[in-house]
Ligand binder design. Structure first.
Ligand code: WQD
Length: 333
């Protein structure tokens, strides 16, 4: 089976390409390197010992996408390519709406024209906004997104839903990620955000490796067990494997799955676990809450196990070890 992977050199995309190649899929990557680097190609080949084709193109370029589909005739698409910085999306909404929506529209039109019937879409737990109930199931209310990034994910889900209604032989699997962290055990690929990291784990690893001075903990007055924000962190390799299960899922129409562990950890839990596992200090200070943050968010992952036969296998200590191993390898340790 030939799978076209948009954003396949990115954090989650590259780990998914590794799993696809390891499972004998034929892979074609479309990536414009906006949030990834060309050296990831060789690292994927080193990890898997296999080759794949790369088109260094923008999924928003309709003509190029048509050319690629015409040449490759993929059997399925996994669509990762999107801007994903929550804070940036608040300051640059039009850039986010244009990029994250036009890319999906181009893919739908190309899939229809070239008879490609399946898409797996990279969505996010942010579509639930501030959850009314916990843990979150796929039946929970969506909407009330607190930033344009989250709104583009919700709008893409709506686009794909309407597209499956209009094309009853087309199927879409929506994967709602919780908080992806960690890295491949080789330390060759991992999360390498450009500039100062927005997310917790990339920040922690840079403080631990003394690249940054200290972590700011955004608020300790939330209604949680220790006052700091609670999230459902999932190992990126577990998340990648979830995409293969979604490809194998023989569904009609559209279906949705929460990909999380079902366990919530607070910011202080993360700091303490990281220090214990990696035997390194992470200096931090408590500061004000970050606008738009919610107190607590974690998944009920039952449906993914029941329907896809998928559940997260790696635990928080694996995530801490692999995250730090990646940054040390990047520094040549
Ligand atoms: C986690 C916790 C912060 C940084 C976002 C997106 C989501 C997904 C993952 C793309 C919160 C606290 C963080 C820091 C801190 N992205 N924190 N100091 O906001 O849960 O989710 O990233 O798919 O869609 O919404 O992740 O890692 O930014 O924050 O105290 O320097 O860590 O307040 O409680 P978040 P995060």
């Amino acid at each position: 089976m030939k799978v076209l992977v948009t954003g396949g050199l990115g954090f989650i995309g590259s780990h998914t390409v590794v799993e696809l190649l390891n499972n004998n899929y034929e892979v074609v990557v479309v990536d414009n390197l906006y949030n990834s680097s060309i050296d990831v190609v060789d690292k994927i080949k080193i990890i898997t010992g296999r080759d794949f084709k790369l088109y260094q193109e923008d999924v928003c370029n309709k003509e190029k996408i048509d050319e690629i589909f015409n040449m490759e005739k993929p059997d399925a698409v996994i669509h990762f390519a999107a801007y994903k910085a929550v804070g940036e999306s608040v300051n640059k909404p039009i850039m986010y709406y244009r990029n994250n929506l036009v890319s999906t529209l181009n893919l739908c039109e190309a899939m229809q024209k070239y008879n490609c019937k399946k898409i797996v879409f990279s969505s996010s737990a942010t579509v639930y906004g501030n959850p009314d109930v916990l843990p979150i199931t796929e039946e929970c209310r969506v909407g009330g997104t607190t930033n344009p990034y989250g709104s583009t994910k919700l709008m893409n889900e709506m686009i794909l839903k309407d597209f499956t209604i209009a094309n009853d032989d087309f199927c879409a699997v929506i994967l709602r990620y919780f908080n992806p962290i960690g890295a491949h055990e080789s330390g060759l690929i991992g999360e390498k955000p450009n500039g100062i990291p927005n997310n917790l784990m990339p920040y922690i690893v840079r403080v631990a490796s003394k690249e940054l001075k200290e972590l700011s903990v955004f608020g300790n007055d939330y209604p949680t067990h220790d006052g700091t924000g609670v999230r459902d962190y999932i190992h990126v390799v577990d998340l990648a494997k979830g995409h293969l299960k979604a490809l194998e899922y023989n569904n009609r129409g559209i279906d949705y799955f929460n990909l999380g562990t079902g366990i919530g950890y607070s910011v202080l839990d993360m700091i303490n676990t990281f220090e214990r596992v990696n035997k390194v200090k992470v200096p931090y200070k408590i500061v004000d809450r970050r606008p738009g943050d919610i107190a607590e968010c974690y998944a009920d992952p039952t449906k993914a196990l029941k329907v896809l036969g998928w559940k997260a296998e790696l635990g928080i200590e694996d995530m801490m070890r692999d995250s730090y191993n990646f940054i040390l390898k990047q520094k040549g340790n």
